[in-house]
Design a binder for this molecule. Structure first.
Ligand SMILES: O=P(O)(O)OC[C@H]1O[C@H](OP(=O)(O)OP(=O)(O)O)[C@H](O)[C@@H]1O
Ligand SMILES: Nc1ncnc2[nH]cnc12
Length: 171
């Protein structure tokens, strides 16, 4: 399956100079969506993962079906102020802005094996923060998986301490 062909690119969104990779055009194609999740599940299935952790919002769209396919749990990382129980938080910057992320304090038990998942790796700020939140809860991060990687933004530099990084489509 040529996943890249399914992803629409919008010039100058959300601000001038950004070439936005629109994953919604892949998601609306049932065969492509299914194949993308199945391919990711195949790549990570031997990593003995206990939990998938994904950041709001597009990380949910990829992380939850992947967790379902693997038969394991999904933990949401949300923008600060959205989760109802006690949280830990961390701040980050991204290609076009700044934000604060949070995770429920009781979401992960110490030593649980976690794969962090998002639709897209750009500067790496979002996934680095997600990973740091998991480690604050003493989860063991066994890798990271994405549908899309923007190699020109060098997000992998933020993930040098991870052995395994899986991406389906590179720009
Ligand atoms: O590697 P980075 O530079 O951190 O960028 C990648 C992040 O940016 C996008 O999310 P965004 O913050 O736009 O939020 P959304 O998922 O709610 O649209 C994307 O879904 C990743 O989470
Ligand atoms: N260029 C881009 N396209 C889509 N999502 C993004 N998140 C950060 N940079 C992005």
């Amino acid at each position: 399956m040529d996943f890249k062909e399914k992803i629409r690119v919008i010039q100058d969104f959300p601000q001038p100079g950004v070439r936005f990779k629109d994953v919604t055009t892949l998601l609306k194609d049932g065969r492509a969506f299914h194949a993308a999740i199945d391919t990711m599940a195949e790549q990570v299935k031997d990593k003995e993962i206990d939990l998938i952790v994904g950041p709001e919002a597009r990380g949910f769209v990829v992380g939850t079906p992947l967790a379902y396919a693997l038969g394991i749990g999904f933990i949401p990382v949300r923008k600060a102020g959205k989760l109802p129980a006690e949280t830990v938080e961390a701040g980050y910057t991204l290609e076009y802005g700044k934000d604060r992320l949070a995770i429920h304090k009781d979401a992960i038990h110490p030593g649980q094996r976690v794969m962090v998942v998002d639709d897209l790796l750009a500067t790496g700020g979002t996934i680095r923060t997600t990973l740091d939140l998991v480690r604050q809860l003493q989860g063991e991060v066994v890798g990271a998986a994405f549908v899309i990687e923007l190699t020109y933004l060098n997000g992998r530099d933020q993930l040098k301490d991870l052995d395994d990084i899986f991406t389906l489509v590179q720009y």
